[in-house]
Design a protein around this ligand. Structure first.
Ligand code: CA
Ligand code: CA
Length: 446
């Protein structure tokens, strides 16, 4: 009779010990993870907190938090990730834990694939392409067409099959803490789906092996690439949090020029386009990149969508589009912009408001070297609005819109048609350089 009683008391002591640990962990998590809706929930099951930006509106953003065991995956290879993502039309909640770095330019057996591997068998070669579409002989009036363009598209499609990873609805993708989690060379495509969470991942080296020459783009033509590290197209309720985006290790300064134009192998870091809506982008680091974030890909995107909140992000060594906003109601608060040139990336502007975008830029901090004019930090087409308040430049309160409008003929409008209410964590800008240095990007969540 003694044995069962002993077991019972032992079990009781264990339960008490677990409860105490649980309470301690919950209390700690509540302090460390300000964005989590409940302190006791582990990283993989966390959901976007109430009032935390546009993605918290309506049904909110819960990602795959309701996933069952059969739809909870830990992945370390591209093939495992593809399998975990499943079908883009399957709405079953799923949690995907990324452990370590996954290189998208690998085959199903994990073998590294190069640009030459993708070109193989298509007939594409860069020298042949350059010969075929040299403006001296091909002219500048039309897009490339012909055998070498067909071959380029075929090669590009082969790479796309590997690097484009389609995310279904009701999914959480999160890096395993301490594993250096991330995706290299990938484009995470969140298209036509609702309710996705992407956290704690480093997105690096998203590169197009086969940029297209477009002689009609701008005055001098441009080389354009196909892949953003993360791309939202017609997506709703998306929370991108605590990720790091970088071009490293290949910086644009190493790009050659053809036809007098930079052979650009990068496109966006995180593009939010084609009537995407209700998006919160928080505590990410965007660094060493040119065309960083589109909100809207065309001036003719319909009104009523493209509502995005960007808060507590660090933008460091960014050339432009931080973001380029079109059409939508966009709240940019408590971000840190360090526009000191970095790795050859020199700022053109930080925020562009065009196509009647309604931007509220509030309590952000710009670190600006003497080589950069404050009037250059904004940009616009004369129809976009930026309502700015509480912004600091090197610690000093600064009216960025007034500075821009004084120097530009395409003035920004200064009033907007909305007032942000989903403003979790909004504070004055003073302490952002210190606070955001240790609380943003991949690798700080536990
Ligand atoms: Ca893009
Ligand atoms: Ca002016």
């Amino acid at each position: 009779m003694a044995a069962p009683s002993h077991r019972r008391s032992l079990r009781k002591r264990r339960v008490l010990a677990v409860s105490a640990a649980f309470v301690a962990a919950a209390a700690g998590a509540g302090v460390l993870v300000a964005n989590a809706s409940a302190g006791a929930v582990d990283l993989y099951h966390q959901t976007l907190a109430a009032k935390d930006g546009w993605a918290s509106s309506g049904t909110g953003t819960t990602g795959g938090s309701k996933a069952d065991a059969a739809h909870t995956f830990t992945v370390s290879t591209r093939a495992e990730l593809v399998k975990a993502l499943g079908s883009a039309s399957d709405t079953t909640p799923r949690i995907i834990k990324v452990k370590g770095t996954i290189d998208a330019n690998t085959d199903d057996s994990g073998k590294k694939l190069t640009c030459a591997d993708y070109a193989s068998g298509t007939g594409y070669s860069l020298p042949a392409y350059l010969k075929a579409f040299d403006p001296a002989t091909y002219g500048r009036s039309k897009l490339p067409s012909g055998a070498q363009e067909t071959a380029r598209v075929a090669a590009q499609n082969k790479q796309a099959k590997n690097v484009v990873l389609k995310v279904p609805a009701n999914t959480t993708i999160v890096g395993v803490p301490g594993s250096g989690a991330g995706l290299t060379g990938a484009m995470l495509q969140i298209q036509g789906v609702d309710n996705v969470i992407v956290r704690n991942l480093t997105f690096a080296a998203t590169e197009d092996c086969f940029p297209q020459w477009d002689p009609t783009d701008g005055d001098d033509g441009n080389w354009n690439s196909n892949y953003d590290a993360v791309t939202l197209r017609g997506a709703t309720h998306v929370w991108a949090d605590h990720n790091t985006f970088t071009d490293a290790p290949h910086f644009d300064s190493a790009n050659p020029k053809y036809f007098g134009r930079e052979y650009q192998i990068h496109d966006g870091a995180l593009d939010i386009t084609k009537s995407s809506d209700l998006v919160t982008v928080s505590r990410n680091q965007f660094t060493s990149h040119d065309k960083t974030m589109l909100i809207g890909s065309s001036d003719s995107e319909p009104a009523g969508k493209l509502r995005v909140s960007l808060h507590h992000n660090v933008w460091k060594g960014i050339v432009q589009r931080a973001p380029l906003a079109r059409v939508g109601q966009v709240h940019i608060y408590n971000n840190m912009y360090d526009v000191t040139p970095l790795n050859g990336y020199a700022v053109q502007y930080s925020i562009n408001s065009r196509a009647k975008a309604q931007v509220v830029a509030e309590n952000n901090y710009w670190k600006v070297p003497s080589s950069v004019k404050v009037a250059k930090l904004l940009s616009g087409d004369g129809t976009g609005a930026v309502k700015d308040s509480g912004n600091l430049v090197n610690g000093t309160a600064t009216d960025l819109v007034a500075a821009y409008n004084a120097a530009s003929s395409k003035d920004l409008r200064t009033t907007v048609d909305w007032t942000p209410t989903l403003t979790a964590g909004l504070t004055p800008a003073t302490n952002l350089p210190t606070e955001l240095a240790t609380t943003t990007g991949a690798g700080v969540l536990s």
